[in-house]
Design a protein around this ligand. Structure first.
Ligand SMILES: CC(C)(COP(=O)(O)OP(=O)(O)OC[C@H]1O[C@@H](n2cnc3c(N)ncnc32)[C@H](O)[C@@H]1OP(=O)(O)O)[C@@H](O)C(=O)NCCC(=O)NCCS
Length: 285
């Protein structure tokens, strides 16, 4: 496959193509399509829309706008990344990564050092991209962040989200985005460390993973929390089970964050998908 061309989008015609792409990514709710005029207003005020083109066809985009965060030292500017969408026929080819990389370069150029965004922590592909490949970290869990969502990917489940922090001037992030690609980690890489699996899912009927009743108390420097490797497929097959996963992991993640743990890595191994929580980090950066 030829490499896609990444472009900053600016014109009303380009934004109309982004409207159309949204319908293919988050099918099902016309109300949730962000219209061209909102993109135009945002980009005239420091917002960024970048697109990935293959043979002149838009197949992916990323959208974000400047934001303000509250800190103990007062309000501080940041970039709020709100949407990243790749056409279903073009996923897992590094296009999401390439678009975030473009966003990283542009936002650095604007003089900002922090990008945040939210994602559903049960989506392992998103987790792998955000945490393992891009080097974002997380210690913020938001229950039902967007209320009841209507689009085809989200309808029917509480819209709980991780809010991730992407400290874009740090060595951690620069190394992940550098030319030398990091080899994917597996669980053995952590075997020297004091690694604590918080629970092991059971196999349910139909061979879908089912969360256990309880998880171990959090102690030690590193903890592992497993999530389903394909939550969307699980949700389609057994919606009640998907809800169980939402409520179980809500408790695990909230407990870990309030105990001072931070999500610092994500590992796909032995057919499973695992968050790595670290304790004792002095800074999120
Ligand atoms: C999430 C999304 C933006 C990712 O885009 P993408 O172009 O597929 O991402 P990339 O190819 O750069 O990275 C995905 C990585 O996840 C890996 N992956 C794929 N399926 C996975 C899974 N089930 N579990 C864990 N990792 C997975 C891929 O192998 C790839 O890693 P690699 O490059 O090391 O092989 C895209 O899937 C999408 O549009 N999803 C629907 C909309 C959405 O969720 N948007 C984000 C929230 S607003």
């Amino acid at each position: 496959m030829p490499a896609p061309v990444i472009k900053i989008l600016e014109t009303p015609e380009e934004m109309t193509a982004v409207e159309e792409l949204q319908r293919q990514v988050w099918h099902g709710s016309e109300t949730d399509v962000v219209p061209a005029h909102v993109f135009i207003a945002a980009i005239h005020n420091g917002g960024i829309v970048a697109g990935a083109y293959l043979e002149n066809r838009l197949i992916g985009f990323v959208f974000g706008f400047p934001g303000i965060e509250k800190t103990p030292d007062g309000p501080r500017p940041k970039h709020c990344s709100h949407m990243l969408g790749i056409h279903p026929d073009h996923r897992d080819g590094g296009i999401g990564f390439a678009l975030k990389r473009a966003q990283w370069q542009i936002v650095r150029h604007q003089g900002l050092d922090h990008i945040t965004w939210t994602y559903d922590p049960l989506l392992s592909r998103n987790a792998y991209l955000n945490i393992a490949k891009l080097g974002a970290v997380c210690n913020t869990y938001r229950r039902a962040e967007y209320g009841d969502m209507r689009d085809g990917l989200n309808a029917g489940l509480p819209s709980d989200r991780f809010q991730v922090d992407w400290w874009i001037n740090t060595r951690r992030v620069e190394r992940r985005l550098g030319k030398r690609v990091r080899k994917p980690l597996n669980l053995d890489h952590f075997s020297q460390a004091e690694l604590q699996p918080l629970y092991a899912p059971h196999a349910s009927t139909g061979n879908l993973p089912r969360p256990p009743e309880h998880f171990s108390p959090l102690e030690g420097k590193l903890a592992l929390a497993e999530i389903p490797s394909d939550f969307n497929a699980l949700k389609e097959k057994d919606f009640a089970l998907a809800r169980d996963w939402r409520f179980f992991t809500r408790e695990v993640f909230e407990t870990a964050f309030s105990a001072g743990y931070i999500v610092t890595d994500f590992v796909n191994d032995h057919g499973g998908s695992f968050y790595v929580f670290s304790n004792g980090e002095t800074t999120l950066q």
